[in-house]
Design a protein around this ligand. Structure first.
Ligand code: NAD
Ligand code: UD1
Length: 336
């Protein structure tokens, strides 16, 4: 491999980070993971190594631990950081807002301090479409008004603003905040994917558990939304497309100060469209029942993905069928 330098991926053992690590390696960089495994498994590191065809280093550390972060950067000449480490469960953030602030916001502060100590000047940050709050207009472009409707969303807004201050405070600092829409799917190898602990909050992992018979039926949160079939519409994006978007951002970082860019397909799908696509592609049933709307939900949210195309030369290539196929292949993989 023609190595181009080291990319440190905080949260690199997670659902999105593991896929980003594979794409970063495919582009000729050396991925180094840094993770405390609070929501992921150590075995993922070996699976990433298998996919990239050689051992991938993982530093076990918490981004809030200043000493450990100092040691991590001291031991590794880092070209850029892809900062994915964070807690992301909206309900949990409402119950424990201090934990979310401490882990996500203070953790980022500690990370930036360590980067400053070692002159690391580039970051790609995992932001979220949650920063747009309840959609005021569709599709959602990057100039859409910002608001936090829960403590998790507040952490993403706080970090984006912290990164503005960071680029202003030093010379030659470059940041790209990628605002993800709804990442789903898994690597085509079925070696890495999403495996949330406990009962899932999000649609795709819930559909998978129902299809496997681990949960009896999917509750569809509202059949009376102002959408064609009455169910909520979202912009689902294949995690491998999303991962490629990080590489595109990395390649263009030096032409940015701090830019915010949506990563979505620009196409919405309703809950029932997702369920029916899953059933058709995988030949399995997903029993469902209509339920009341979920608090805080919106009828529709989908991206204007134009800026990503113009600025990064990136667009999503994979459709809903591939997302459904790969989610199911990962869920039914033979671990043996
Ligand atoms: P994930 O939970 O699978 O991965 C997060 C990883 O970060 C895990 O491996 C976890 O162990 C690690 N981590 C968390 N706190 C840490 C800490 N203090 N120190 C070191 N490691 C820590 O989640 P994901 O879906 O891969 O999300 C990655 C990032 O993308 C998060 O920042 C999340 O907020 C953001 N994001 C995710 C989604 C989504 O729907 N999955 C949407 C928008 C944004
Ligand atoms: C979630 C997060 C949001 C984050 C976004 C992108 C919550 C409350 N919000 O929202 O902060 O930015 O992901 O990752 O978690 N649905 C059902 N039944 C279910 C689960 C979901 O009908 O059991 C519906 C929802 O009402 C929604 C759609 O499926 O219409 C998608 O839900 P979900 O996967 O939770 O994503 P978001 O609502 O976009």
């Amino acid at each position: 491999m023609n190595a181009r330098g080291i990319i440190l991926l905080t949260g690199g053992a997670g659902f999105i980070g593991s896929h980003v690590a594979v794409e970063v390696a495919a582009a000729g960089w050396i991925p180094v993971l840094l993770d405390n495994f609070c929501t992921s498994e150590r075995s993922v590191v070996g699976r990433i190594s298998e996919l990239v065809g050689g051992p991938v280093r993982c530093i076990e550390a918490d981004i809030r631990d200043a000493q450990a972060m100092h040691a991590a950067f001291g031991s590794t000449p880092v070209h850029a950081v892809i900062h994915l480490a964070g807690l992301k469960a909206v309900g949990e953030s409402v119950e424990q807002p201090e934990l979310y602030h401490d882990n996500n916001v203070r953790g980022t502060e500690v990370l930036l301090t360590a980067m400053d100590e070692f002159g690391v000047r580039r970051m790609v940050f995992s932001s979220s479409c949650t920063v747009y709050g309840t959609p005021q207009r569709l599709p959602i472009d990057e100039s859409h008004p910002l608001s936090a409707i829960n403590p998790y969303g507040q952490t993403k807004l706080d970090i984006e603003r912290m990164l503005d201050r960071w680029v202003d405070a030093g010379s030659e600092r470059h940041v790209c905040s990628l605002r993800y829409f709804n990442p789903v799917g898994a690597h085509a190898s079925a070696l890495i994917g999403e495996s949330p602990r406990g009962i899932p909050n999000n649609l795709m992992p819930y559909v998978v558990k129902v299809a496997r018979g681990e949960l009896s039926e999917l509750g569809v949160f509202g059949g009376d939304w102002p959408t064609p079939d009455g169910t909520g519409i979202r912009d689902y994006i294949h995690v491998v497309d999303l991962a490629r978007g990080h590489v595109a951002a990395l390649e263009r970082l030096d032409s940015m100060r701090h830019e915010r860019i949506n990563l979505g397909t620009g196409v919405g799908a309703s809950v029932l469209e997702v369920v029916h696509a899953f059933e058709r592609v995988n030949g399995v049933k997903v029993p469902y029942a209509m339920r009341p709307r979920r608090a805080g939900d919106a009828a529709s949210a989908f991206a204007d993905a134009g800026l990503a195309e113009r600025r990064l030369g990136w667009r999503a290539r994979l459709g809903l069928d591939e997302m459904m196929r790969d989610s199911w292949a990962f869920a039914t993989r033979d671990d043996g």
